[in-house]
Design a binder for this molecule. Structure first.
Ligand SMILES: N[C@@H](CCC(=O)N[C@@H](CS)C(=O)NCC(=O)O)C(=O)O
Length: 291
């Protein structure tokens, strides 16, 4: 076994050295703001503070899906929160999400602003507000919410477990990679079996369960996460691949993935979205060409 067999944990853990690894600079053992910074507010009813990680993409896809159905009340400003720079620890952001993680939403459509944090909570808030993508019939609703919360409980093993130890940790620890590769493959098999019997996770209709699961497990089987596609043999989950490819073709998904994106092809990056026309005019390739 690799790792640090000589390490004996002290009686009480203290924060006395950087942990190393990608993202180590933003990890802290305490909550709360580190600095004063108000959040900007745009003209639309919904103000989103986010970044195009899988958790962020869930919400921008949902908003684009709602707009595609004609819900003008879903118009939104998407502000960029650079988590690598510590924007999530600014006082304004912490007031919207005391957990200091993207995505965070301020619903300013009513007389009093409503803060919403945790991506599943944001998806439910929007689904209920607009009456879309969450069935109302009891059995279908239960199935949809079961898969939605399956995602919330499962993805930390994929991201914080497999992704962290396979791609980001400063050393490769066989025990940790084995443990989380096993769990990730088990989760992919759970999805594969479900999608062998059902077109979408909740049943025959596309719902917030698919919107939540796709940015994680869909992008994983597309080989777009942690460079781990071959290692996990993602091509063998053929029902997940069928579902992934179908969802990737949805125009709202194509747009939602671009919002608050700061990596990849410049034409796929729309750092902030304040208007539907931004997709045609404000992507990074267009901005560079206009300079
Ligand atoms: N359970 C949360 C997880 C959110 C989350 O982990 N966000 C990450 C990016 S994907 C983040 O903001 N990390 C910044 C940090 O940990 O400081 C949700 O689904 O909204």
């Amino acid at each position: 076994m690799t790792g640090s067999p000589e390490y004996v944990p002290p009686k009480v853990w203290t924060w006395n050295k950087p942990s190393g690894g990608t993202f180590a600079s933003i990890n802290r053992p305490i909550a709360g703001p580190t600095h004063d910074k108000e959040l900007p507010v745009g003209r639309h009813p919904l103000q989103l503070y986010s970044l195009a990680t899988p958790n962020g993409v869930k919400v921008t896809v949902m908003l684009e899906e709602l707009l595609a159905l004609g819900h003008s009340g879903a118009e939104y400003d998407a502000w960029l929160i650079k988590i690598g720079d510590g924007d999530q620890f600014g006082s304004g952001f912490v007031a919207v999400n005391p957990n200091s993680k993207i995505p965070a939403l301020m619903d300013r459509s009513g007389p009093k602003p409503i803060r919403v944090f945790e991506s599943a909570s944001i998806l439910m808030h929007l689904a209920e507000k607009f009456g879309e993508f969450l069935p109302t019939e009891r059995a279908k609703r239960a199935e949809c919410l079961s898969w939605l919360f399956w995602q919330m409980g499962s993805a930390p093993y994929l991201g914080g477990g497999f992704g962290h130890f396979y791609a980001y940790a400063p050393t490769k620890i066989e025990y940790a990679i084995d443990r989380f590769a096993m769990e990730t493959k088990r989760q992919l098999d759970v999805l594969d079996r479900r999608l062998a019997e059902s077109e979408y996770l909740g049943g025959s209709a596309y719902t917030i369960a698919d919107i939540a699961v796709w940015p994680w497990y869909g992008q994983l089987v597309q080989g777009k996460m942690y460079d781990g596609g071959e290692f996990l043999d993602v091509g063998s989950y053929r029902h997940v691949l069928r579902w992934t490819d179908a969802i990737a073709e949805r125009p709202a998904v194509k747009r939602g993935r671009m919002v608050n994106r700061t990596f990849g092809d410049p034409s796929s990056q729309l750092h902030e979205r304040h208007d539907a026309s931004d997709f045609d005019t404000n992507t990074q390739d267009r901005l560079a060409a206009a300079e």
